[in-house]
Write a protein that binds this ligand. Sequence first.
Ligand SMILES: NC(=O)C1=CN([C@@H]2O[C@H](COP(=O)(O)OP(=O)(O)OC[C@H]3O[C@@H](n4cnc5c(N)ncnc54)[C@H](O)[C@@H]3O)[C@@H](O)[C@H]2O)[C@@H](O)CC1
Ligand SMILES: Nc1ncnc2c1ncn2[C@@H]1O[C@H](COP(=O)(O)OP(=O)(O)O)[C@@H](O)[C@H]1O
Ligand SMILES: [K+]
Length: 531
Amino acid sequence: MHIVTVAEMRELEAQAEHQYGLTSPILMRHAGQSAADIFMAQLLPHHSINDLEVLFLIGPGNNGGDGMIMADNLARAGALVSLYTWKTHELTIRGQPIAEQQIDKELTSGLQSADYVIDALLGTGTSRPLNEDMRALLARVEGERKQRPDLRVVAIDQPTGVHTDSGEVDPGTLRADMTITLACPKIGFFFFPARDFIGELHVGSIALPPTLEHNLSTEMLNTGLCRASLPKRPLNSNKGTFGKVMLFCGSQPYPGSAYLAGSSAARAGAGLITLAVTEKMLPTYASSFHEATFAILPEEPKSEISRGQAHDRAQALTEHLPGYRALLMGPGLGQSPETRETILQVLEDLRNQPPNKRPRLIIDADGLNNLSALEHWWTLLPEGTVITPHPGEMGRLCDSLKVSGGSIDRLQLAREKAREWNVILVLKGACTLVVSPLGETRINWKANPALATAGTGDVLAGMIAGFLAQGLIPFDAASLGVYLHSCAAERVSSELGDAGLLASDLLPQIPRVMRDILHTSFEEGSDITER
Ligand SMILES: NC(=O)C1=CN([C@@H]2O[C@H](COP(=O)(O)OP(=O)(O)OC[C@H]3O[C@@H](n4cnc5c(N)ncnc54)[C@H](O)[C@@H]3O)[C@@H](O)[C@H]2O)[C@@H](O)CC1
Ligand SMILES: Nc1ncnc2c1ncn2[C@@H]1O[C@H](COP(=O)(O)OP(=O)(O)O)[C@@H](O)[C@H]1O
Ligand SMILES: [K+]
């Protein structure tokens, strides 16, 4: 499913008319019908469409037009529909126009008895800050919702006041419980603060022919996309079928990282997991991670940095690499000069191997922190490397730039840097971005504060390594890892809530979410998210 800017949406509509004769009224008829269908399918269990009271706020443009058609469909299905037309200040209740002097009073009582308010005031044509009287109207709805939290607000195409491209919001914007967006999700929904105003996101159809979308390069991660790249599990398989992962992760202060990342790679389906550890650390890992095998590295010297010893460590690691399809470096490694030198030696060795012989590389956490201390570090990476910085690590990689957690600048930066560094860049956070060097972009809709806890990044890195080992191309392995990681978190937080998730809670959920996406029915055009 593609994500669009306003300009791209307008171009799609223009091409729909130009190439297929799909005029605006035709698209709008589909839009209104589809919004009504989604609305009815999502009604709360205690609601039935018969006698449901729905108040529509109708704006001056096509967004209002969508609302009118949706209203007509709901009325025919049995709902009690009121329509308030903002510009002309007209009100009809069940098709009956209300006399001018009664409108204010009737609107108040309509609001008080409504089960749902439909925001069809403004959509992608919003061109200026909201008028004061529109803000006042939205504030009336918000006031009523404060009194009566069961009043639900559904936005058509987008909540009025959201800036469709930048994700900024007007101070008058009414938070939607559900947004039924049309044709494609809009890019601004994936940035903050807008992300908080969307509620559950549903995507309605306006019957655009899919071929029109071939030029679009930004996609939403969803079940359909990820199902297509999920590795197949043939009956006649063995552990070699699913690839080996080597992890150069963990150190004395951070032993958990290697365990979490290695277990995640195995839970994601990789055939064999090997941890490259020193002899001293071996008992720690061997006693807690029974399924892993080990590559033993020379101890790190306590005093001087020695290139020779770093070389020996790197060699001990790279000698093990033939036959491995993925190498994860970084989580929990620490930032000693010795470790940095070892990483550099390993990278050099990888670059010297023919691409079809070397494992796919993913670098996370301290792997990135060590690199960021070096000039032009990206020139050291083999082709096709995946890197997974959080905003802090991204800032360090960009010469101490401050990287925002969720605004549009983050997307621009990610695109620019994925191209410049020639990497598959996973910029983590709420609504994680996955960007290829060519600028192809996939964005995760799912935001979940339960994931904001130590170790969840190690799990993500391990999952991506596990998918690389199973032969996925790096862009797909990164996308699948990001999406399934957030689905696993959703499973945990549906039971625990928004706090208290342990990174290790994600592990047993990984196979379950892989099973879920294989078996959940998914229709393109109606992806549904949790919140
Ligand atoms: N054009 C098409 O082919 C389709 C359009 N669709 C719908 O149409 C919407 C876009 O339609 P429009 O381009 O008519 O735009 P809108 O319906 O978003 O609004 C445009 C109108 O609002 C006014 N306006 C803009 N900013 C305002 C503000 N801050 N306060 C008050 N008035 C303001 C403009 O002067 C104009 O009259 C989409 O969001 C979607 O809902 C869908 O029906 C699908 C097909
Ligand atoms: N609010 C949030 N919504 C969605 N995902 C989040 C949120 N906060 C954190 N995450 C995810 O949790 C993980 C945290 O990774 P990271 O910061 O590297 O942690 P660590 O290094 O401790 O493992 C990332 O995948 C990130 O996208
Ligand atoms: K709207």
